[in-house]
Design a protein around this ligand. Structure first.
Ligand SMILES: C[S@@+](CC[C@H](N)C(=O)[O-])C[C@H]1O[C@@H](n2cnc3c(N)ncnc32)[C@H](O)[C@@H]1O
Length: 343
């Protein structure tokens, strides 16, 4: 099933998010086992928090919250059904709750944009807390509604072949700037795009030096549609997309610990994505094979043959953003000169 999910009565439940919840469980096991308190801020049925509490083996106390009374009935029933002594339900606006309580792990999973809740979430974090954030407003972030993106995230998106990567990086850049307002820095641990959403797991780091350090990872990206040249720059220019995050999207050491996929609901899909994330180069854009073949007026090569050929001169990887996309550290000029050999 594709799409934004369905409601049970007034309560939201999205079967398609099974993969997203699988990744939450794997991530929690790999990075949050020392967390003592966890807050599922927008829990709906409690499906995600219950799965993490049940399947991670964590010792944390979980609070599963929703502002909607009907949702909280589901949460309570799910906690009871699963016999979770480490979990409790709460009915509150997450912003007022987080003005009074702090946590080691907070999950923010809104309909649409997380922007109105980010400050509350960061203020509700204990030292070195981990924050997980979903955004389903992919259209503004990926450039379909550029003005909305600028209003919401104070950044210019890019409509085009790698627009979703730019969107994810704009969102991380926005989180870095929001954290910096509180003299905190961010360290992305796992950030990805799948189906209709972006998802970011980050560590919130204390102090102004950490804030400055994260801000130093913001930049701009230009894309020339006539030449296909992509360029990353520290400097603002009116035609550039950004500001956006130009540093790594994932912490490879955490990915290496996310191994126990067999008990997950979608083990094959989890393995596929974990493999892609582990191997994806830290380059802030990618190429589409079709893009290069149209540009050169030749037929596209088999992607693996192209990657093998690139690896004789430099680095190459697939990207999780697109099944026909790839990343490389070669210059476009080098890429275009070897491309016809394999097409
Ligand atoms: C997309 S659903 C969450 C889905 C859920 N995390 C899951 O994995 O199935 C968003 C939920 O946020 C709740 N919500 C919206 N605004 C809120 C707020 N300010 N405080 C707390 N909950 C809120 C809604 O009632 C809704 O149940």
């Amino acid at each position: 099933m594709k799409g934004p999910g369905k409601r049970i009565g007034r309560v939201f439940f999205n079967q398609q998010m099974a993969f997203n919840r699988d990744i939450s469980v794997l991530f929690f096991k790999a990075a949050c086992m020392d967390c003592r308190s966890a807050f599922d801020a927008m829990a709906a049925t409690g499906a995600r928090g219950v799965r993490i509490a049940n399947e991670s083996g964590a010792k944390a106390q979980f609070v599963m919250n929703d502002k909607d009374a009907e949702a909280v009935h589901f949460i309570e029933a799910n906690i009871e059904l699963n016999g979770l002594e480490c979990a409790s339900a709460s009915q509150d606006d997450l912003r007022s709750h987080l003005a009074k309580h702090v946590y080691d792990y907070i999950d923010l999973d809104p309909f649409g944009t997380p922007a109105p809740f980010v400050q509350a979430v960061f203020q509700g974090c204990k030292r070195n807390a981990i924050v997980a954030i979903t955004a389903t407003d992919t259209a503004p972030l990926a450039g379909t509604h550029a003005k909305k993106c600028m209003r919401r995230y104070m950044a210019k998106p890019l409509r085009g072949v790698f627009g979703h990567e730019v969107g994810l990086r704009i969102l991380i850049g926005y989180l870095a700037r929001e954290a910096a307002q509180l003299d905190k820095g961010i360290e992305p641990l796992l950030s990805f795009y799948a189906d209709h959403y972006f998802r970011i797991y980050l560590r919130l780091k204390e102090n102004a030096a950490a804030a400055e350090h994260s801000l130093s990872h913001l930049g701009y990206l230009t894309f020339d549609r006539d030449t296909l040249v992509r360029e990353v720059s520290d400097e603002f220019s009116p035609e550039a997309a950004g500001p956006l995050w130009i540093a790594p999207l994932t912490d490879k050491a955490i990915l290496d610990r996310m191994t126990d996929v067999d008990p997950m609901q979608q083990p094959v899909r989890c393995s596929k994505y974990l493999n892609l994330w582990r191997n994806e180069l830290d380059v802030p854009y990618f190429y589409e094979s079709n893009e290069l073949s149209s540009f050169l007026h030749i037929s596209p090569p088999v992607l693996e043959s192209l990657l093998d050929r690139i690896r004789t001169q430099g680095k190459a990887s697939r990207t999780h953003f697109s099944p026909s996309g790839f990343k490389t550290d070669l210059s476009l000029k080098e890429l275009l000169s070897l491309y016809p050999e394999v097409s």
